[in-house]
Design a protein around this ligand. Sequence first.
Ligand SMILES: [Fe+2]
Length: 210
Amino acid sequence: MKDYFEIDNFLTDDDYGIIEQNSAKIESFIDPNGVFKGTESAKQQWFNESTALGTLIKSKLEQIELLRGIRIDGMQVADMLKPYDVHGDYLVQKNQKAISDPTMHDPMYTIIIPLVEGEYHTIVFDQKADYNNFSDYKEKNAELAEHVSDDDWQKYCGHCHAVDQKYLTIKKVLHWHKGSLMAFNRRCFHASANFVKPKRALVLWSSKSN
Ligand SMILES: [Fe+2]
């Protein structure tokens, strides 16, 4: 698999109508261990493949060569209120409970489809793990002599724990474009670039059967 890829203009005008009609329950996401621990950092609407939106997205994803045979561990429309700091998506969690099983279905891609225009970015790092918490990674790995530059860290990751900079190098800065698709390896640590105005996206996590 690739560590990341992008597809321009993934959504058509008709698709937005179906996204608008999604009526899944709005759930508040309280960050359990990030920099904004204990505060609401997103509102999430989880939906599944039996809904009109789930059926649409799954069939569109199946047409992408790199996603052939895709399994979906979870899908949501997310209103992101605060930027996530460094973490991995190896396990998909809902209300802090794992809803994916990596022993059955190998984690593949985190897929983000922005639903708004704006100066938003997702930062994908080179560092990888078979777990989500970057604090665990820091315990197991040494600081790097060559790590993210001070300029890039301040530009994108000013909201993250300062010490994390010393353990990370940037693989790719993914720029958000409304209706386009960005995918990256769920094992790669990543973070939202800092932002002020809330942002909205379809987010899903793909896997494949072992
Ligand atoms: Fe993530």
